[in-house]
Design a protein around this ligand. Structure first.
Ligand code: NAD
Ligand code: DAU
Length: 363
């Protein structure tokens, strides 16, 4: 039996991980530490039984040391972060505070508690991103664990710094760490500022779909449940001190993702007349193609052109392979958002409109 502390467990991937872990490892205890920023929501954990949510900040070292001791934590799965690239461009300081200082605090607390008494078995798993490797040209080989770090945004620079700190706490102090660097996640509970949920909810409200630049940037789309399986594989089979790249095997230009989304929304409205009554502002409610909302806007400053993952190490060492192709994963995600309107209305709570308007105003 393990005792997990999941930081950022009320956010998108963290909450999916908590649900996954409750389902697959019901014998383990799970404590969530989350500051409940705009991106963290109690509603994301609804239905996750026997999970204790502690509202708190990863920069609060005494709080973390207390949790590690009182809950006999032996495994930290560290998701907590500021995660949105556009926000990092507008306000980098919060990214350094949480992603760099916060990670250092967690490491410091883990060292103080876990290594003080001779080092009981423990694991600090750090969840990171492929963005630390920078950007690829069209013919470059995909990122792997030996690719040089070259972060291009304040977000990816802060994540790169956190990766280095995790590595240093292993080499210097002997903390038992692993790191995973994964590609773009999608699926349930993703806050509607990221491409897929933002465009979907804009489409339902007849708002423009703001395509940055030429829309030919490439991402490798990873269904969040596959990511959770990948982290599970690292926790169970990964080598301490190692990093593992986790991808979805679905390299797609943004425009393809957007066209898939538009066509899927049109098909959903055609198949279910009740959707027109629920979302009368959607063009699809009047038989107008959702693609009519596509709007080219100024490109994101420093926009990385292409990400791709070579997951050879994860496949060979820990038996990881993505189970969902993009078509299936996307269809399930669209169905989830249509079936969970109260969830996204609840988490938006006005901030979506503000964010969209601020974002447009800045361009
Ligand atoms: P998210 O923004 O949806 O959730 C982040 C969570 O962290 C929120 O619940 C928030 O309240 C919490 N948090 C923020 N600051 C905190 C603090 N100071 N103390 C405690 N909690 C705090 O992010 P996500 O998309 O779920 O990403 C989770 C992790 O995975 C991040 O580390 C991110 O860098 C990484 N990652 C994300 C993706 C992706 O596609 N979303 C891909 C690769 C890596
Ligand atoms: O690669 C992993 C990363 O994926 C994670 O580390 C980040 O936390 C996560 O946010 C994500 O970063 P991206 O910047 O790739 O994701 P985002 O959803 O913001 O954008 C995906 C692509 O879509 C990107 O090329 C920018 C583009 N885009 C995005 C938005 C929000 C648009 O064209 N228009 C938009 O309005």
């Amino acid at each position: 039996m393990s005792h997990l502390l999941v930081t950022g467990g009320a956010g998108f991937i963290g909450a999916n991980f908590v649900h996954y872990w409750r389902q697959h490892h019901p014998q383990d205890s799970v404590t969530v530490l989350d500051a409940l920023t705009y991106a963290g929501n109690r509603a994301n954990l609804a239905g996750a039984n026997s999970v204790q949510l502690v509202e708190g900040d990863i920069r609060d070292t005494p709080l973390i040391e207390g949790l590690l001791r009182d809950h006999a934590i032996d495994t930290i799965v560290h998701f907590a972060a500021e995660s949105h690239v556009d926000r990092s461009i507008h306000g980098p300081a919060a990214f350094v505070e949480t992603n760099v200082i916060g990670t250092m605090n967690l490491l410091t607390a883990a060292r103080a508690v876990w290594l003080a008494d001779g080092g009981k078995p423990h694991r600090f798993h750090h969840v990171s991103t492929d963005e630390v490797y920078g950007t690829l040209g069209p013919n470059d080989p995909p990122f792997n664990e030996t690719t040089a770090y070259a972060p291009n945004s304040p977000y990816s620079a802060s994540k790169a710094a956190s990766d280095h700190l995790v590595r240093a706490w292993h080499h210097t102090y002997g903390l038992q760490v692993t790191t995973s660097n994964c590609s773009n996640n999608y699926g349930p509970y993703q806050f509607p500022e990221k491409l897929i949920p933002l465009f979907l909810i804009n489409a339902l409200h007849g708002r423009p779909l703001p395509i940055y630049g030429d829309g030919m940037q490439i991402r490798d789309w990873l269904h969040v449940e596959d990511h959770c399986r990948g982290i599970e594989a690292v926790l169970h089979h990964g080598r301490v001190g190692e990093t593992y790249c986790i991808g979805g095997g679905a390299e797609l230009p943004n425009i393809t993702v957007i066209d898939t989304l538009c066509a899927a929304v049109d098909a959903a409205f055609a198949a279910d007349p009740a959707l027109a009554a629920r979302f009368p502002e959607a063009p699809a409610a009047r038989g107008i193609p959702t693609a009519s909302l596509k709007t080219t806007v100024a490109d994101r400053p420093g926009h990385d052109r292409r990400y791709a993952i070579d997951e050879t190490r994860a496949r060979a060492e820990i038996g990881y392979a993505p189970a969902r192709d993009f078509k299936t994963g996307f269809a399930a995600t669209l169905a989830w958002y249509l079936a969970n309107e109260p969830w996204w209305r609840g988490v938006l709570d006005g901030s979506y409109r503000n964010w969209v308007e601020t974002n447009y105003a800045a361009r």
